[in-house]
Design a binder for this molecule. Structure first.
Ligand code: PHE
Length: 446
């Protein structure tokens, strides 16, 4: 197993993990969820949950991965010497497979939107015109399939390069680009009339807006955004050097991810308020509302190109982490060469993703109980699989792995100074708080 490779530099590691967490979740999902659920109140709940529950779960996943140094399924065999916990790994494999098949549909749209923006096809269009165009695009079937498959192939080309020369190298170039573009968009939006309204919307919480539903959505979103419950952090963890401080890494990542999400809000909402549009347009926010706003703004032509490039780059750095879960599994479990593992993954994900894309065509056969495969994959991952996977990882660390081994790992055999009380709190959250909160979430969903 020595030739598995791994993350080489500290910056490369942060860029790769950062690339995984920063994605459509930050730029597409977070703004529309915040928009629909009370803005600042949602963000407040989100931040609390993120640091209280999701970060400890991320640490747990890293600990599992780094101590086992193998794929998500084998990890549980190796750490327990039995097969019972293997199921956690299989859940992660299924989740990341479904997730990447669904994620690439939207990643594919971002590619098409770059093309439309470059051709100037949004210029002068109203939101209802863009809506009609978007419907016909999604309904055309073939084009969206070609784009999503292209998106998968592009991601696979990066993964074929391996951890260090593929994922790490690519993320090291792309993460700074993402932050740079977002900052640029933010600075541009400061000049807008609606900037003040956006600031109060994002930062002045109306606590009466916090309902159980808001808490649930914030919890689900924090898992989605921090790539928890899909085996990504277990897989990446298996490539992390023993001397890396996992607690510090996780907090750095969570701070980066939250800042990027808020920065996206700051880049998007000033334009929304300037044009007098309601912030509650839901999933359409980024794909219909925004292009129609860009269409009427000064420099809108360039801003829309830059924005969709940003969306695409952020989506690729995330999809490669999901593909790597599957590739590492095929490599470690079946001793396949990386290239063969990537090709198998690329083909199977492309097929499933095409079905998901086609399920959005009107009267499509790819529906179950009246719901399109797209909606099923969206709900199944966001609402069920991610929290479930996160809960299983927490239960594993809390009830099987044990506090002492956990403490050894987060302190790197006591070379990292960490107060015993902090370790105890962390362990308490992993053992009791996280599983109970997630359990309550499921009960409330029923
Ligand atoms: N965190 C990514 C985003 O915010 C999505 C993702 C989830 C990636 C789970 C990997 C695993 O878009």
């Amino acid at each position: 197993m020595d030739n598995r490779g791994g993350f080489k530099s500290k910056f490369g590691l942060i860029a790769a993990v950062g690339g995984s967490v920063v994605g459509l979740g930050n730029i597409w999902r977070f703004p529309y969820l915040a928009g629909e659920n009370g803005g600042a109140a949602f963000i407040f709940v989100y931040i609390v949950i993120c640091f209280l529950i999701t970060v400890p779960l991320m640490i747990s996943e890293f600990v599992i991965g780094r101590s086992a140094k193998t794929d998500v399924v084998n990890a549980f065999r190796r750490l327990t010497g039995g097969r019972r916990w293997e199921i956690v790994g299989y859940v992660a494999i299924i989740s990341s497979f479904v997730m990447v098949s669904f994620y690439s549909v939207i990643g594919g749209w971002s590619l098409d939107f770059i093309k439309e923006a470059v051709l100037g096809n949004f210029t002068g269009k109203s939101s209802s015109e863009i809506n009609i165009w978007f419907d016909s695009f999604v309904n055309s079937g073939t084009m969206p399939v070609i784009w999503s498959v292209s998106f998968i192939v592009l991601s696979c080309i990066i993964v074929i390069g391996g951890i260090e020369k593929g994922i790490e190298k690519f993320s090291k170039m792309m993460m700074p680009l993402i932050i740079f573009i977002l900052f640029g968009l933010f600075i541009y939006s400061i000049s807008m009339k609606g900037f003040g309204d956006a600031i109060s919307f994002l930062f002045k919480p109306d606590f009466s807006k916090i309902t159980p539903k808001v808490v649930l959505l914030a919890l689900g979103q924090s898992f989605f955004s921090l790539s928890i419950g899909m085996g990504t952090m277990i897989t990446y963890g298996s490539y992390i050097k023993d001397k890396v401080n996992l607690g510090k890494l996780s907090s750095t990542i969570a701070i980066t991810d939250t800042s990027v999400a808020i920065l996206s809000g700051l880049a998007i909402f000033p334009a929304v308020f300037t044009m007098g549009i309601s912030p509650t347009s839901g999933p359409d926010l980024v794909f219909i509302t925004l292009p129609s706003i860009f269409a009427q703004m000064p420099f809108g032509y360039f801003v829309s190109i830059i924005f969709f490039i940003l969306l695409f780059v952020a989506a690729v750095t995330s999809s490669i982490s999901l593909i790597e879960v599957l590739v590492t599994y095929l490599r470690d479990e079946f001793e396949l060469k990386r290239s063969s593992a990537v090709i198998i993954t690329c083909c199977t994900v492309s097929v499933v993703s095409s079905f998901i894309t086609l399920s959005l065509v009107q009267d499509s056969a790819f529906t179950i109980g009246g719901m399109s495969l797209f909606d099923i994959a969206d709900k199944a991952t966001g609402v069920f699989l991610l929290p479930f996977g996160g809960m299983l990882a927490a239960l594993f660390i809390g009830w099987y792995y044990g506090r002492d081994k956990f403490a050894d790992h987060i302190t790197n055999n006591y070379t990292v100074k960490l107060k015993e009380s902090i370790i105890n709190i962390l362990y308490f959250i992993i053992k009791f708080v996280a599983p109970i909160v997630i359990g309550l979430l499921f009960i409330s969903l029923l």
